[in-house]
Design a protein around this ligand. Structure first.
Ligand SMILES: [Fe+2]
Length: 185
């Protein structure tokens, strides 16, 4: 028996298309993510309601050993100079790993281990990133276009956002007069 695949995935814009209900969409506007930024004084209503990032997630199974597939869209912009970014997380089951494939845009994938050592990889069209277990990860959009990234990871991994909400990353990335400024905190 030969059947058609349930899902299609666009290599151009990352969109996942499948049967009704198979793709779960999420949107975070800046007002949902304010606490991740260093300085949120004096932001306009327009900026607060701007999209920070959105996601499309396909979870065919949730049992141990199964995989999830998703697209993240990190929007361009700055918050008092600090580039738009994702919240960042460890995995709840900490040893779970993940692949990211950048489809478009420009940015950084920031990694942090449990000892708070950090490093980052440049993200650009067709850059492929492996995120080992026990490593927190966050995307930063340093460009002028949407940073579109495909992800594949274990369905049971879960997201530990709390550790990052409490402790943050040891580094922040700013646009200072049009140049990338790396500021350790
Ligand atoms: Fe992850």
């Amino acid at each position: 028996m030969i059947i058609n695949p349930k899902m299609t995935y666009s290599l151009i814009n990352g969109s996942l298309v499948g049967p009704e209900g198979s793709v779960v969409k999420g949107v975070k506007s800046l007002k949902d993510t304010l606490r991740i930024y260093a300085n949120t004084q004096g932001l306009s209503e327009d900026l607060l309601s701007a999209i920070n990032y959105r996601t499309e997630v396909y979870t065919p199974e949730t049992t141990e050993g199964s995989l999830q597939f998703a697209t993240s869209y990190v929007y361009p912009g700055t918050v008092n100079g600090e580039y738009f970014m994702t919240k960042g997380h460890f995995h709840e089951i900490s040893n779970r790993s993940e692949f990211y494939l950048c489809l478009s845009g420009e940015g950084l994938l920031v990694f942090m281990d449990r000892q708070r050592n950090w490093w980052a990889e440049r993200m650009h069209k067709e850059s492929l990133h492996y995120i080992p277990g026990h490593i927190a990860h966050r995307m930063i959009n340093t460009g002028n276009d949407v940073l579109t990234v495909q992800a594949c990871w274990n369905s049971d991994a879960g997201h530990d956002y709390g550790t990052i909400e409490n402790d943050g990353f040891p580094v922040r990335f700013f646009d200072r007069n049009g140049k990338l400024s790396i500021e350790e905190v």
